[in-house]
Structure formats: C-alpha cells, structure tokens
Design a protein around this ligand. Sequence first.
Ligand code: HEM
Length: 547
Amino acid sequence: MKAFLFISQLAYAYQNCAKAAIAKTFISIVLFTSSIIIYVTKFSQYYRKRKSLVRRLPPGPKPWPLLGCLPAMLNNKNLAIHQWIHEILRQFNTEIACIRLGSNTHIIPVASPELALEFLKTHDSVFGSRPTSMTAEMLSRGYLSAALSPTGDQWKKMRRILVSQVLNPSTLHGMRGQRTKEADTLLHYIFSLSKNGEAVNIRSIAQHYCSGTIRRMVFNRRYYGKGREDGGASFEEENHNQALFTILTHLNAFSISEFMPYLKPFDLNGHEKIVKRALKVIRDLDEPIIEERVQEWRDGKKKEVEDILDILISLKNENGKSLLSIEEIKAQVTELQLATIDNPSNAVEWAMAELLNQPKILENAVEELDQVVGRDRLVQESDIPNLKYLTACIRESFRLHPFSPFNVPHVSNNDTVVAGYFIPKGSQVLLCRLGLGRNPRIWKDPLRFDPERHLKDGTVELGISEPSLRFITFTRGRRGCIGSSLGTNITMMLFARLLQGFSWSLLSGITKVDFSQTQELSLLEPLHLHAEPRLSHSMYPRITFVN
Ligand code: HEM
C-alpha cells in the first residue's frame, strides 16, 4: 500500500513536468518491475513451505551419514531392538517415527490404529511389498513362496494358488477330519501324562499340536520318524519345531548386514550360519517326503488328491504341464508350516497363564464350555462361533501378548505422503504389535488381561480378526493373512480342548505365573501346569498308534 502511495505521488509530480510522456513510461516500468518482484518472492516462499511440508519425515533420531542410526541401535545394550524402537516412540512422544538404518533404509514404526489404517487401507497398493533379506531369500529359495516374496508375478501366482486351492473353504472343510484327529491325539497325550502325575509343558504341547495339525494337512501324516505311542512329540518333531522357531526369530532380526550390504560376506551377527543349520534340519525331514511323492505322481502310482502336497503337485497350467516346480512346492510347504506354528501356540500359552493367575476368568471360560458344549461330547470346530467368552480371551491374548513385536514388514514401492509425512520409496513399515495393543489412548488399563472389553464393545463378533488394527491378528488388505480361518480353528480348538478336557492348576509351591521376566513377549520359561481330567474317562479318545 505504501509503495502504491509513493508511486502515485511521483506520478503527480511528474504530471506538472513538461516531459509527461517520459514520466508515464517510467511509472509503468516501476509498477511492472515491482509486481514481478512481489510475485516471485511470494511464489518462492509458498514453494519452499510446500516442499518442506511434503518432505517432512516422521519424527525420529538424527541419522549419521552412511550409518544412519545403526550406532545407536548397536550401542543400546540394555534393551532388545524392539524395545529400543518403542523407546524412540516414547522419547519423541509420537505414534509414528522414522529411523534410518544404514544409508537408505527407513524403518517406520507405527503404534496408532488410525495411522496403521492409512498404510494398510488408504495406501495399501503402495505398501504391499516385502523386504529382501538373507534369511527370507534362503527360506523361500529365492522368493518363490507367497508371504516372503516382494510384490510381483511370483507373489500373485503363489497367493492365488493358496487362496483358491489350498486355504479355500471347501479344501479346509474336507480336511476337518485330519484336524479333529490331532485334537483327539492332544487329549489322549495329556490324559496319559495326567495318569502318570507328570506336569504338562503347555508351550511344547501347543507347538506340537500346531505343527502336527499342519503336518497332517500337508503330508497326511504326523510323525517324521517312528513316532511315539502316547502321541507326544518324538525327537524328529521336536527338532523340526525348534528349527522353525529359530528361523522365525531370525527372519526380521535387524541384522547389520541387511542395512550395510557391503558387510554381507562377513555374516557379522552369525545369523547366516544359524539359519542354514535350522533350514538343513527342516529340509532333511521334509524333502524326502516331497520328492518321493512327486515321483509317485510322475510314475502314476498316485492318482488321488489326499492332502495339500497332492494339491500342489497336481496343479496344471493351461498347457497341461505342472503349474509348480518342485522348488516352488518345497518353498511353499516350509512357509505354510512356519505360518501355522507361532501365533496360535503363543496365544494359547499366554491365555492359559493369564487364566491361571485370574481364577474367575478361568471359571467363566469353563462355564461357557459346559453351557455351550456340555460334558457328554468333545468340543468341535463347529462350536467355535458360539464360544464368545473363549474368543474374547484369545483376542485379549493377541492384544496383550503378541508372538512377535512387529507385524511382517510392508515395503513401499513409491515415494508417498501419509498423514502429512513423507515416506520414501523402499521404507519398511512396521506395525508395532505391542505399541498398538497396549496403546493407552485406545485401551483403558491396557496392561490388564480383561476379556470383557471385547464382549462389551461387541468386537468379539469378529472372531479373532481385528480389521480396525487396534491390535494385530490377521491384519487386512492385499498382504493380509490368507490362513485366518484355519488359524482361528487351530487356536480356538487347542484352547477349548485344553479347558474342556482338564482342570488346570499351578505346580505345587507356585502361587502365580511370574510375568516379570518376559521381555514383553514370551514367558521366560515355558508354562508348566498340572492337569486333572474333568470329563468321564470314557470321553478321552484312545488313539491306536498310527503315523
Ligand atoms: C492365528 C493364526 C495366524 C495369525 C495370527 C496369522 C497372522 C498373519 C499376519 C499378521 C500376516 C502378515 C499380514 C501383513 O503382512 O499385514 C500373515 C500373513 C500370512 N499368513 Fe497368517 N496367520 C495365522 C495363521 C496362518 C495359517 C494357518 C496360514 C496357512 C497355513 C497362514 C498363511 C499366511 C500367509 C501365506 C501369509 C502371507 C500373505 C502375503 O504376504 O500375501 N497364516 N499371517
């Protein structure tokens, strides 16, 4: 405005002058030049502001050149890495952070359901890939299986096969008999332990139940070797289970060489050696079965599809040739076993521990079983939708005690802006299972195991799914779990059979399960309990020893 007055005064002065024409030209030039200057200044200010807004990464520690935050991560001796990441969220008072590891991997931990939905719902198509890593590559034989493959044709092919041929409702229904046999074997085994007055290792029986179920479904058998007459795990199955867990704990284990690729040949964490050893255990047991079966189909000795392995072998492409190579079959079979063993066994072990510490909840759960199923028949998969209180207990177990601290990483295949933050291409989004499930903004009294909360808010009707991502079970979107129905059946049957079949108590001398030394994930020691049969003895299945 001032500039305009000044120019007007100038104009007035010049009007009195003989050379008015020159004055007019002069004024026009001044006006034109000043408006250009104002326009350019304003535009560059706007552009700078917009650029900084769009390029704003989520808050997080300042990274070093090349190393990023690796020195801080490695220096941090007192906390496990997942605790260190959650600590960063706390320090920055945020529910999303950006932690650069190495020169260009951005780790984006997320602890708010609203933000989690932004990634897995609003921007699902951008965040659908997976990270590459030494363990994932070895395990999936070069990214041949569904869960570990980055987005692309191979992932689409394997996911489509699993959804339409393997984990589809009719195949799952057809294999219900196999799962029931495993549930019967579970009762038979615990019954024989209880007769001898032996303590039951809940972790071990839960893991063995999960692996036994998927082994029956995949291979139509439950033992690798001769097996045991009492239905317990023999040496081979114990080893196989242990090897699966070793791989699971190394799968997304923040190995330094994943973030500094030039260190890869040195295997600094020793992870490569450990994973190779575990994979050898698995492959030595599984591969002979797979190879023999492929040969039987080739020789025409096998014609009838009886299990998942038969399904995978007999799939044909449009030219009538095998749709899957033997390498693809081997990779997918290992992945199916990995996907089945961890979450259900962990959820049930924790639920049992919580119930033993809160007898009223245990009483409510058993009462529900007596009302819905009674004591004259064994609980079946078809009862699961009616077991609301048990479902609420399992939901609570997943909320409070997830098996792993983070969801499987989601990798972005483009630069994107999410909730006002710039997320660079290649970022690894980690939904924090602890951060979400224990978020005090979302959950009242978050550390309390309280099944009632799922009954009160009605979410128990969703079974154990949680599509609003307030905690993590199967997540959602293009990378969501495709085994949710099978996973629900395995988890719920295990839990329901344990509670219906036996009265559980702590071992003598123990008054409470100790939760103080858990590193927030698994109990430090496997839960051991005493089991007393609570049904008439004729109800316990007598399993004749068949492999
Ligand atoms: C209670 C049991 C289970 C839970 C809690 C569970 C949970 C999950 C989770 C959290 C994911 C990753 C989702 C994401 O990336 O956002 C996943 C993926 C997957 N799950 Fe499950 N799962 C269970 C059982 C199973 C079973 C029994 C199978 C098959 C036998 C299975 C097969 C898969 C596969 C193939 C994927 C990868 C999908 C993809 O990347 O496209 N899951 N599961």
